[in-house]
Design a protein. Structure first.
Ligand SMILES: Nc1ncnc2c1ncn2[C@@H]1O[C@H](COP(=O)(O)OP(=O)(O)O)[C@@H](O)[C@H]1O
Ligand SMILES: [Mg+2]
Length: 234
């Protein structure tokens, strides 16, 4: 059994003093699909951002044995892709295709190879027709898919998605779940979407006030109404 992500005693306080993570520890096996659920402000987004060193607090995070610290950042970013909740935080190029090419180019692919990879990835997310458009001119659902493609184009071993179905219409939501279901590698999602958790995940961890307070299969955790209510989840 290979451990993909190992987190030990992660604490993180924002510069204003807000303690967002207060000692979170867990291991995720290679290929496992894990959901983090929790009320607003529980620390889900902060936690995802510690996985590839965007945020660095106390404690240790290891990705396939490599510590997430400054000297390893290149290797870590190669292994962990994070899809932000808000696609506007992810997309910054003149066209969607440029955004999706950015990662492959950074990895050292030639322009031609990066373009081929980006075109294929846009096709995988069902957006072959919008590559030339400015992300500004896309719908929210299309932006979310382009944001996902910017990370999928790097073939990361660990993929972390923050609220991947938020703001999507039912069809878009279904497509996003199907897309995630077809991925290989380890998958981590922060979400309020229990349907997604049931359909997609092997395991669910409840975060509450910056601590992980429950960990189990979706069928057990999500049917424990007392536990859910205790942590602000219905
Ligand atoms: N940039 C920031 N500066 C200060 N506090 C923040 C910042 N971002 C998030 N927080 C706080 O950190 C805590 C955890 O937030 P977050 O990780 O976004 O939770 P979640 O994703 O579960 O809703 C909350 O109390 C939130 O208000
Ligand atoms: Mg969040």
């Amino acid at each position: 059994m290979t451990t993909a992500v190992s987190a030990e005693g992660i604490k993180y306080a924002y510069p204003d003093g807000t303690l967002a993570l207060d000692g979170v520890s867990f291991d995720i096996r290679e290929g496992e699909r894990v959901a983090f659920v929790g009320a607003n402000g529980a620390g889900k987004s902060t936690l995802l951002l510690t996985l590839n060193g965007v945020l660095k607090g106390e404690g240790t995070v290891r990705i396939h044995g490599v510590a997430v610290e400054a000297r390893n950042m290149k290797a870590v970013r190669r292994m962990v892709g994070i899809v932000f909740q808000n696609p506007d935080d992810q997309l910054f190029c003149p066209t969607a295709l440029d955004d999706v090419m950015f990662g492959p180019l950074n990895m050292g692919l030639s322009r031609n190879d990066a373009m081929a990879k980006a075109e294929k990835t846009l096709a995988d997310v069902g957006l072959s027709d919008v590559g030339g458009k400015s992300p500004f001119h896309l719908s929210h659902g299309q932006k979310k898919r382009v944001a996902m493609a910017t990370v999928l184009s790097m073939d990361c071993r660990v993929l972390a998605l923050d609220e991947p179905t938020s703001g999507l219409d039912p069809k878009g939501r279904k497509e996003a779940i199907k897309l995630m279901g077809g991925l290989s590698g380890s998958l981590i999602v922060a979400t309020h979407d229990f349907g997604l958790v049931r359909e997609l995940c092997d395991r669910v961890i409840i975060l509450s006030k910056g601590k992980n307070v429950a960990d189990g299969t979706p069928s057990v955790i999500l049917s424990d109404s007392v536990l859910l209510a205790e942590h602000g989840l219905e």
